[in-house]
Design a protein around this ligand. Structure first.
Ligand code: ATP
Length: 357
């Protein structure tokens, strides 16, 4: 029974963390970097891990390629528990995992071609086999014309493309990305993310990325986990987590996203408590089919009173559209009860932001 369910879990997931804890330091002064983490990275997904500095993101990723050992629990990659591997097993594991980094980690003495070839040389491929493998990879990342350039002659985006081609050289099943776009400008970030998405779709590669950039998670990931002080506090489909964040840490991390900030005039006028004859400001989020219905005119009819539309945005998360609208209406109990009933009946997520006079 148990082995059936675990083999099903291994088929569906490239990485499984089972009750993983990691403590650093001696017993009495030890520091818990990861605490009872249960988390799966679905095969073929682009999964993001977000969290504040020091939350445990890098530790989590270092457990996957065996650079750290868990204090307890299992880290299963493609059906194999990484802490059980010997040196030869770890070398084979690392060949099956590609990794890209914030500062690219290219060898300055080698050309683009030479950097991509390096893991193949280490794995013992001959010159012809290396050329056959490297040239299509340089082509895939759009750098065929830069094959003989040294890193110093390449832009940041081009260096990261070399890093991606190098990560793919040993035909890994899993790509780990550690802040890979954090040193790049927004436009270059966008083009690197497009490349990661293409690789994920065309090669069926599972991608696990850690980042502090919420825009990156929003643009490319299908799934996300939020880590806070070593504990996974929230996880799910990126669309669900980003449109309906439950945990205060998630809300705080997402508050920096464009569109989630309140217009300055509204923010300065918001009060936490009702005032006599005042109005309530509410953010409504629309998804899927609800976005297509004439909900505002229906709401006006339902409430029988005027509604101010204060701000609105339409956006996309992981390719799925959603809209958000901030409105204000009379804050008396009867109107609020009717509005709540309307939101519930129409499957709308409504969040009270505060009160305005
Ligand atoms: N080798 C180590 N020895 C002792 N403590 C460590 C060690 N490695 C990490 N830590 C601690 O574990 C915690 C988690 O570190 P980690 O690098 O995983 O965080 P992070 O979320 O990746 O942070 P950042 O975004 O700043 O890179 C931190 O408090 C860190 O100081």
């Amino acid at each position: 029974m148990h082995s059936d369910s675990s083999s099903a879990a291994n088929a569906a997931n490239t990485v499984l963390f089972e009750d993983v804890s990691k403590r650093f330091g001696a017993e009495e002064k030890s520091f818990t970097a990861l605490d009872a983490v249960d988390f799966a990275v679905a095969r073929g997904s682009i999964t993001g891990i977000i969290g504040r500095s020091g939350a445990g993101k890098s530790t989590l990723i270092r457990l996957v390629n065996g650079l750290e050992r868990p204090t307890s629990g299992k880290v299963i990659v493609d059906g194999v528990n990484v802490p059980d591997l010997d040196e030869a097993g770890l070398r084979a594991l690392r060949r099956s995992i590609g990794m890209i980094f914030q500062h690219f980690n290219l060898l300055s003495s080698r050309t683009a071609f030479g950097n991509v070839a390096l893991p193949l040389e280490i794995a013992g491929f001959d010159r012809d086999a290396i050329r056959t493998r490297v040239e299509p990879l340089l082509d895939l990342v759009g750098l065929s014309d830069k094959r003989d350039r040294y890193p110093a002659e390449l832009s940041g985006g081009q260096k990261q493309r070399v890093g991606i081609a190098r990560a793919l050289a040993t035909q890994p099943k899993l790509l780990l990305s550690d802040e890979a776009t954090s040193a790049l400008d927004p436009e270059t970030t966008q083009s690197i993310l497009e490349l990661v998405k293409r690789i994920n779709a065309e090669l069926g590669l599972t991608v696990l990325l850690i980042t502090h950039e919420m825009e990156v998670v929003k643009a490319v990931t299908s799934d996300v986990a939020v880590i806070d002080k070593g504990i996974i506090v929230e996880r799910g489909r990126t669309f669900d987590v980003f449109t309906r964040p439950q945990h205060p840490t998630t809300r705080a991390l997402l508050s920096g996203l464009p569109g989630s900030k309140l217009p300055a005039a509204l923010a300065s006028g918001l009060r936490p408590h009702k005032t006599q004859g005042g109005r309530v400001a509410v953010r409504i989020t629309f998804f899927g089919r609800t976005a297509e219905q004439p909900l505002i005119s229906q709401l006006i009819q339902t409430l029988g009173s005027d509604i101010n539309i204060i701000a609105g945005t339409v956006d996309e998360i992981g390719g799925e559209p959603y809209g958000s609208l901030i409105i204000a209406y009379a804050a008396d109990d009867a109107t609020c009860a009717k509005a709540d009933e309307f939101f519930k009946a129409n499957g709308l997520v409504a969040e009270v932001l505060g009160y305005v006079s």
